[in-house]
Design a protein around this ligand. Structure first.
Ligand code: SF4
Length: 317
């Protein structure tokens, strides 16, 4: 192994260290648990604002939808209905969710954990036993992802108004602790990631200037995933993080894994808080007549606007 974390990670993925093997039951059960808890989950907005969804979250869309009668009831009580309320996970999404979960477990427990590169809390599988630090050598262990729960200044200290999420894990290498964010990626998007990540330092300016301009899927991944990682860095007080991508099918002439190192930028979490505050003000305790949040799209033809049910109202106000 040579100098960089990338070298170490590549080496580990090529030849994971030996360790206790999991039974098929131990491999499958956590993914099934994750799927059933996703299926049973309350609709969004009743359990806090999840970091993974905040990048594309548009408070203006909710405010305009509420005014247009597309939302009935209180979204924060988990009882709202209407065309703007996202569907619960359908079978196809649950399958994607299960595959993503298995991919994370493989990286966390069977590759980085066994290599001693992932540190934090470990739970012994099928036991009520926990350990801190690198994965213990004896027994079968599962990584407990660090949780983030951030109250927002100026809003009620109610968990439903918090920014919440789970980081993929703390990586220990080369004398540093960094956060890891693990992503699988379509092979059609993978080659474009290097160029897309060259602009992520400007993420706050990008949103502040209007945000969701026309963009490629690689840019959407780069900006959305780096937004996510920045919020985790801030929530856990860690200064650097790495977004890792593994392609679902390996494209020609591309490395088997890509990783992008990012330094903590507190302004990104501020951007996320700003969105939640704008939503809170627009909701105005139940009638959506509060101040209309500003646009996150600069044009009605941008990718985000094309997915928006109130695009016409948005650009005519
Ligand atoms: S068009 Fe864009 S800015 Fe306007 S409401 Fe929809 S998502 Fe928000």
């Amino acid at each position: 192994m040579t100098g960089s974390f990338a070298d170490i990670a590549h080496e580990v993925i090529k030849s994971p260290k030996e360790g206790p093997e999991r039974s098929t039951k131990e491999l499958v059960e956590p993914a099934l648990d994750a799927v059933s808890s996703a299926h049973a989950a309350e609709p969004p907005r009743s359990q806090g604002f999840h970091i993974s969804g905040l990048f594309d979250f548009c408070p203006r869309e909710w405010a305009l939808g509420g005014r247009e009668g597309m939302i009935e009831g209180d979204p924060l009580a988990g009882e709202a209905t209407g065309s703007l309320i996202p569907e619960r996970f359908n079978a196809e999404k649950l399958l994607v969710f299960a595959i993503g979960h298995a991919f994370h477990r493989m990286l966390q427990d069977d590759i980085l954990g066994k290599a001693g590169l992932l540190v934090g809390t470990w739970k012994k599988v099928n036991h009520d036993e926990y350990a801190e630090g690198p994965m213990p050598k004896e027994g079968v262990w599962q990584y407990v992802e660090p949780t983030i729960d951030i109250a927002i200044e100026g809003l009620p200290d109610d968990p439903r108004w918090h920014i919440v999420g789970h980081s993929d894990g703390r990586l220990a290498a080369l004398g540093k602790i960094r956060l890891g964010e693990f992503k699988s990626c379509k092979s059609t998007i993978y080659p474009g990631l290097d160029k897309a990540f060259s602009g992520v330092a400007r993420i706050r300016d990008w949103w502040a200037a209007g945000g969701a301009n026309d963009r490629t899927w690689a840019e959407k991944y780069a900006k959305g995933h780096s937004f996510q990682l920045h919020c985790y860095l801030e929530g856990l007080g860690i200064d650097e993080g790495i977004v890792f991508y593994l392609p679902k099918e390996q494209p020609n002439d591309q490395p088997p894994m890509k990783e992008f190192l990012l330094e903590r930028d507190p302004s990104v979490l501020e951007t996320a808080k700003e969105k939640v505050r704008a939503y809170h003000a627009a909701w105005n305790e139940g009638d959506w007549q509060g101040p209309l949040p500003r646009k996150i799209c600069s044009a009605a033809h941008c990718k985000r606007a094309q997915d928006c049910e109130v695009v016409n109202e948005c650009f005519s106000v």
